[in-house]
Design a binder for this molecule. Structure first.
Ligand code: CA
Length: 235
């Protein structure tokens, strides 16, 4: 399971690539740089990234034709692509989206905007990546069948608690603020009070019983799901 999203930067200008890479790195991403389509293909063959930042104007194959090629490839068609383009012409943007890009950013762009776009495509793609089983300690979550087990026993869990647990389990050992959890679990366009998070965490712990110990409250910060809990004391 990946906890640090891998971002493939396909950009022939080293200064721009480096600027993007540094910013991604500082914000919890793992950037990989490829200077052209050939190098990018090599990276894709080695390991699929979580997002591709693809420059339009590249030596050799253009970003547009690469986007089209990767969209048609069964192995990498689900990887979100953000096109980087100096072209601000509307028809070019449409061509980019038609080629299969999920989003585009017009150069020059702010790193803040870039990060927002990257997070946004990751969030949009996230529901499709929920077919895996996640295991932490004796806690098992099967996203495909929507089942949660603790110590081999199936638990009855509500949809919000399930989403919350799924997010925490796939991003374990990290502290998440209430605001972050609202954003990731409830969605960024919904206004809900942060106290709602506490209510659902409480319910989640009740559902998990002894397994609720994995959900830690980090004073003044938020919540963390951890594999490191004290062993159960048997009565
Ligand atoms: Ca370029």
């Amino acid at each position: 399971m990946k906890t640090v999203p891998r971002v493939l930067i396909v950009e022939d200008e080293p200064a721009i690539a480096e600027l993007i890479a540094v910013n991604l790195k500082h914000n919890g991403f793992a950037p990989v740089w490829a200077g052209d389509g050939v190098a990018a293909q090599r990276e894709l063959d080695a390991e699929l990234p979580d997002v591709i930042l693809l420059d339009w104007m590249l030596p050799g194959q253009s970003g547009l034709s690469l986007a089209r090629k990767w969209r048609a490839d069964s192995r990498c068609k689900a990887v979100p692509i953000i096109l980087l383009t100096a072209r601000s012409d509307e028809s070019d943007k449409i061509a980019g989206l038609d080629a299969g890009a999920d989003d585009y950013i017009t150069k020059p762009f702010s790193t803040k905007e870039l990060l927002a776009r990257v997070r946004s495509v990751l969030r949009r793609r996230a529901p499709e990546q929920t077919t895996d089983t996640v295991t932490i300690g004796e806690l098992v979550l099967d996203a495909g069948t929507h089942r949660v087990m603790y110590q081999g026993q199936s638990l009855k869990i509500g949809p919000t608690e399930f989403k919350l647990l799924h997010y925490l389990m796939t991003h374990s050992e990290r502290v998440h603020s209430r605001g972050q959890l609202l954003d990731k679990v409830w969605g960024d366009h919904v206004y809900i009070e942060e106290r709602t998070v506490d209510v659902h965490v409480k319910r989640l712990r009740e559902v998990l019983g002894q397994g609720g110990r994995h959900v830690e409250t980090v004073r003044g910060a938020g919540y963390r799901l951890t594999a490191m809990v004290a062993p159960t004391i048997s009565a």
